[in-house]
Write a protein that binds this ligand. Structure first.
Ligand code: GTP
Ligand code: MG
Length: 334
């Protein structure tokens, strides 16, 4: 569940063929062999990049081929090397050979390079086969094929954003609207029993990971409800998004829910409670009483926290929230 995984096919460039040619020039009889070597095929290289957070970009782009080497030519001209292909992966990616299951590489630092498919050597041209007793060789080699393989890339996801809030606040519904995650959603408390992760795409190049964890209630730190054990899953996130149900159906005051959840976070870890936080009024479509929303807005302003109004049912405010999350978590790496 905490793993992002893709399978890709990589094919390095084939080597160019060696050439067979003889020097032919006026007044130079028997000019000798002059076929050049083929160029080397390009490699396919995986490169870790700290600005890439997920493997999502490879899911839609699963084939990576490097250019072949050019063939050798007469007059001892060696063929050009093929251009290599680079594939960016996030730090934390582990590379496995799909057929053998062998672990090929583990990216731990940004800027690491791993040649996942080696380009084929160029074939030798006939000029290379000349010896004192074999002066007009016709031998020349074809280029070697470039390596090809299927690899499985695995990334242990670390969430960038943690969703917190009272049980039933609409956390799982929100993650299902902004990512491909499809957690269970239901109209009773403690629907979510284990954390879910969703990859939220901002544009073609940028994405981040949101964690949806089981909801809290008053006394969670005493073991009420599902307790606070799941909070450790969001300890390393950069941003908390605190959802507060502002509809009447909750039967509670939004401001009190907010304070209750803050107390539970605090009792788990003061550092967690002090993380950057966005406050979100959830289920706006079902909020009849503007005063409830207003009181939460005022509380957020007093605490210096940014405030959003959303409805996962109608889609209201979801883009604004997504962009605000992206702004906070991607800012550091841009
Ligand atoms: N009207 C309305 N209902 C919503 C909205 N978002 C969620 N709900 C409903 O609220 C209920 C709870 O939603 P969930 O997403 O399961 O809530 P949760 O915060 O994940 O709850 P737990 O996992 O139990 O902590 C479900 O019946 C949802 O359909 C919304 O924007 N508008
Ligand atoms: Mg849930």
């Amino acid at each position: 569940m905490f793993i992002d995984e893709v399978r890709i096919y990589v094919k390095a460039g084939d080597g160019g063929n060696g050439c067979m040619a003889f020097r032919r020039e006026k007044y130079v009889p028997r000019g000798g062999p002059s076929g050049g070597d083929g160029g080397r095929g390009g490699d396919v290289v995986l490169v870790s990049n700290e600005h890439v957070n997920t493997l999502l970009h490879l899911r839609f782009n699963p084939e990576h081929k490097a250019e072949r080497g050019r063939h050798g030519e007469g007059s001892n001209r060696t063929g050009h090397e093929g251009h290599g292909a680079e594939v960016e992966v996030p730090v934390g990616t582990i590379v496995y050979d799909e057929s053998t299951g062998e672990r090929l590489h583990d990216f731990t630092q940004p800027g690491e390079r791993f040649v996942v498919a080696l380009g084929g050597r160029g074939g030798r041209g006939n000029a290379r086969f000349a010896t004192s007793t074999h002066q007009a060789p016709t031998e020349h080699e074809p280029g070697k094929p470039g390596e090809e393989r299927r690899v499985r890339l695995e990334l242990k996801l670390l969430a960038d954003v943690g969703l917190v809030g009272f049980t039933n606040a609409g956390k799982s519904t929100l993650i299902s609207r902004i990512s491909a995650a499809r957690p269970k959603i239901a109209d009773y408390p403690f629907t979510t029993l284990a954390p879910n992760l969703g990859v939220v795409k901002l544009d073609d190049f940028r994405s981040f990971v949101v964690a949806d964890i089981p909801g809290l209630i008053a006394g969670a730190h005493l073991g009420h409800g599902l307790g606070i054990q799941f909070l450790r899953h969001i300890e390393r996130t950069r941003l908390l998004v605190h959802l507060v149900d502002v509809s009447e159906t909750s039967g509670r005051e939004p401001v009190e829910d907010f304070e209750t959840v803050m107390r539970e976070l605090e009792s788990f870890s003061p550092e967690l409670a002090a993380k950057p936080m966005l406050v979100v009024a959830s289920k706006m479509d079902a909020a009849q009483d503007a005063a409830r929303v207003e009181s939460l807005r005022r509380l957020s302003a007093d605490k210096g926290l940014e405030f959003f109004e959303i409805s996962s049912a109608t889609g209201q405010g979801l883009d604004a929230l997504r962009f605000a999350m992206a702004h906070r978590v991607l800012a550091r790496t841009e």
